[in-house]
Design a protein around this ligand. Structure first.
Ligand SMILES: *Cc1c(COP(=O)(O)O)cnc(C)c1O
Length: 424
């Protein structure tokens, strides 16, 4: 399937008069339409809530769109908790799914009344030391790691046994016993076992596992589950040949497991939670960059004004991000290019051996599906500055939702040194 950008060359030529490239731009209409679909897909479940994974796109303007759907926020650091607070989230709208958590962050999450999702059994004693055994909140959750290797019907597999997250089944039973002793009354269970899945079977498969486990725990430990959290992992179609996930089919698949396992066990009032990041935002963000060089050596290179500091996934995971040469959507893709950034690192390539229309200096490229884990993974290597973020609003106007970094930002942490004044 052809991938069409949500902006045109004309639009970008207008926008760059105010905001120079490179920048990330987000499509509010697309975000809203998808959020509505997610809500509808799980509307059969009374307590359903999506907790948007803040790390995907930690911008309060984006987060505030999620507020309109009564979604919550999945946070795992102090900064993410502060962002959730800034957009007005109350404790029940914040899931603190952290790992290797510092004391101050547990303290902050606890003070905010966030739902704490424990990554490890030893964190119960750690929490005892922070808040005291008598002061546990009413609601707590634990993260499960099934171990081993999980294979899906379409061959997708992952290796939870190698992942640092969550507790073993045995630890999980013990953790719920310990939490019960500490007066916790409402419980949740959480697992995230495969990332970026492109199959409508992932959530239903995970739901089946978690539902069965929850039934056993509820019986054996004598506690009540208030929610079951399927976390993230729902993928997006990065490649044109990928079939996108169908969230309605996913919701229906989870419903069938729910009817089969939870309802007969008398657990039909359990709420389903999700913590999607990628699925909520990736397709609705694009990195827009201008072509500033072409280079002809042993290969053909296109040099852009963006780099891995703006979008790290290709360099970090070899991830595919589709590229559209704006204004050349209908031209034949008969040129083979490596599309590069300016870092002094040879993995700083947005695309390798990519067939694209003939590119000219001054062309604008839309790098697709950068709306999640895009800007947020950025860094400052080589003294490269992070770009602006823009929101293409539903009325077609553009709003600056984060300015681009300046050298002053880059040097700010040197202010305390004798060089501070020389660095502007
Ligand atoms: C990263 C993360 C998510 C979001 O994952 P996506 O693949 O972006 O949906 C959700 N929950 C936790 C705990 C995470 O670490």
């Amino acid at each position: 399937m052809a991938k069409t950008p949500f902006v045109t060359r004309d639009q970008i030529e207008e926008i760059v008069k105010t905001y120079p490239t490179p920048f990330h731009i987000y499509d509010e209409a697309g975000i809203r339409k998808n959020a509505e679909a997610v809500k509808k897909a799980f509307s059969w479940n009374k307590g359903f809530r999506e907790y948007f994974a803040v790390k995907a796109t930690p911008n309060p303007y984006i987060m505030d769109i999620m507020n309109d759907y009564d979604f919550g926020f999945d946070c795992s650091s102090e900064a993410e908790l502060v962002l959730a607070q800034a957009v007005g989230a109350d404790g029940q709208h914040i899931m603190f799914s952290s790992n290797d958590t510092p004391e101050v962050e547990y303290r902050k999450a606890y003070d905010m009344g966030a739902i704490i999702n424990l990554d490890d059994i030893t964190h119960i004693e750690f929490l005892d030391g922070i808040i005291g055994k008598e002061n546990y909140p009413e609601t707590m959750s634990c993260r499960f790691n099934p171990g081993g290797v999980v294979t899906m019907s379409n061959g997708i597999m992952d290796n939870p046994g190698d992942a640092k997250y969550g507790m073993t089944e045995e630890q999980l039973f013990e953790a719920y016993r310990m939490l019960k002793e500490r007066g916790v009354r409402r419980f949740g269970i959480h697992a995230f076992i495969i990332s970026n899945t492109l199959t409508n079977d992932y959530y239903p498969m995970l739901a089946g596992k978690l539902f069965e486990l929850a039934v056993r725990i509820q019986k054996e430990v004598g506690i009540e589950f208030a929610f079951i959290n399927l976390s993230g992992g729902v993928g997006v179609a990065y490649k044109p040949e990928d079939t996108p996930n169908d969230i309605m089919a996913i919701g229906e698949g989870v419903r069938q497991q729910f009817e089969k396992i939870l309802v007969p066990a008398g657990m039909g009032d359990v709420a389903i939670y999700t913590e999607m990041g990628r699925f909520m935002l990736a397709p609705y963000g694009e990195l827009i960059t201008k072509v500033i060089h072409e280079k002809h050596i042993y290969k053909e290179y296109i040099g852009t004004d963006a780099c891995a500091a703006n979008l790290m996934r290709p360099a970090m995971y070899g991830a595919y991000h589709h590229i559209t040469v704006l204004g050349k959507e209908n031209e034949p893709e008969d040129h083979r290019y490596d599309v590069t950034g300016s870092l002094c690192e040879n993995n700083d390539k947005f695309a390798i051996d990519r067939m694209l229309p003939k590119i000219d200096i001054g062309d604008y490229l839309a790098i697709h599906d950068a709306g999640a884990h895009g800007y947020s993974m950025g860094y400052n290597y080589n003294g490269r500055l992070k770009s602006a973020e823009l929101l293409l609003q539903t009325d077609g106007s553009v709003k600056l939702i984060r300015r681009a970094e300046t050298l002053r930002d880059y040097f700010a942490t040197l202010d305390i040194t004798e060089y501070g004044s020389k660095l502007g």
